[in-house]
Write a new protein. Structure first.
Length: 361
């Protein structure tokens, strides 16, 4: 409904007009409105009144929220990447777990705002819980996800990236894999002594693909699985090809490079040719698209993207696959990739435990 003074005063009217393609709204007055889980990226709500509104888990990427009254608003888990919040009133707002990467907060009023576990504009995370802290509950009353990982484990890294892409709160617990994965304490978490493991309150899940599905289910925005049937099937196909075809063919090359076994030139050539068989399928699947699922990042990119960019380090170059090379370059422009990239020191420290790490992945 629009009031006599031209003010927009119902969420239904806002969503209807947004769905019809309208992006610029003037004189919006929606105090206490329920916009939970709504998709409003790119919307212009400058100078709107949204105090005490429920915008939890709303998709507000690139939104213009300058001068907006968001005092006391619930913005938990909201995606505010690239949003303009210049001079916005966020006093008393709950921004815990919100993703504010590259958002403009200049001159915003953040007095008494809750930014716990929020991703800040520079990519840092406010109030990250360290592995030494044992308190499971955050100050919003919810449970903090706990990820057991090793920085050089590809399987663990794919879960880490997905959590960062979702912008949800989690605690990292590092295992050195020098025997601590076989400790009685960790075997109570995962009886197989492997990473990654995700703990959500009293619920525990291991096996990275199962963890990725769980993350998608509990945090559907931004989506990392497409809904269109062909795109979804393609994403699942790339995930399974990475796990069932690419990684098994890559293991002999890894063991050769780290000195666990020695392959002669003929055997090495066979390994490289075997890898190329899989990479050709990946190359053809991209077909000029930025990501495997289409225009947006998906779980397929995360699963394959923690493996393929490492091939040149193992002596398998990608110049014959220009689509894949461009895709790798695109991934490395994302902060989630650079943030989770293992350091040379971490790689060197893990070398002596390579056999255990390979068994865990």
């Amino acid at each position: 409904m629009t009031g006599r003074d031209g003010e927009l005063r119902t969420t239904d009217e806002l969503l209807k007009r947004y769905k019809a393609g309208e992006r610029e709204f003037e004189q919006v007055r929606l105090s206490g409105a329920d916009l939970h889980n709504t998709i409003l990226h790119g919307i212009d709500l400058s100078e709107a009144i949204l105090n005490q509104a429920n915008l939890s888990r709303a998709d507000l990427r690139g939104a213009d929220l300058s001068w907006v009254d968001l005092s006391g608003a619930d913005l938990r888990g909201a995606d505010l990447r690239g949003a303009i919040l210049t001079r916005a009133d966020l006093s008393g707002a709950n921004l815990s777990h919100a993703n504010l990467l590259r958002a403009d907060l200049s001159l915003a009023n953040l007095e008494e705002a809750n930014l716990s576990e929020a991703i800040l504009p520079d990519g840092t995370i406010q109030g990250v819980i360290t592995p030494s802290e044992q308190d499971d509950a955050d100050d919003t009353g919810g449970m903090v996800l706990r990820l057991y990982y090793n920085p050089v484990s590809w399987n663990a890294r794919r879960v880490w990236i997905a959590l960062l892409e979702k912008g949800i709160s989690f605690e990292l617990v590092a295992l050195k894999l020098d025997g601590d994965q076989r400790s009685p304490q960790f075997l109570q978490v995962n009886p197989f002594g492997q990473v990654p493991v995700l703990v959500d309150g009293e619920f525990t899940v291991f096996e990275s693909l199962a963890i990725l599905d769980y993350i998608e289910a509990i945090a559907p925005y931004p989506p990392l699985l497409p809904r269109e049937p062909k795109a979804l099937a393609t994403v699942r196909m790339i995930e399974m090809l990475t796990v069932n075809e690419l990684l098994p063919r890559l293991m002999p090359l890894m063991r050769h490079e780290f000195g666990e076994i020695r392959l002669d030139s003929s055997a090495l050539m066979g390994v490289h040719e075997s890898l190329d068989e899989v990479l050709r399928v990946f190359e053809e699947t991209l077909q000029g698209r930025p990501y495997f699922g289409g225009a947006a990042l998906s779980m397929a990119d995360i699963v394959a993207g923690t493996v393929i960019p490492w091939l040149p380090r193992l002596g398998h170059l990608l110049p014959k696959f220009p689509e894949l090379q461009g895709w790798c370059d695109l991934l490395h422009q994302r902060q989630t990739w650079t943030q989770t990239e293992p350091t040379e020191g971490e790689l060197a420290a893990a070398e002596s435990h390579l056999r255990q790490l390979l068994a865990a992945t």
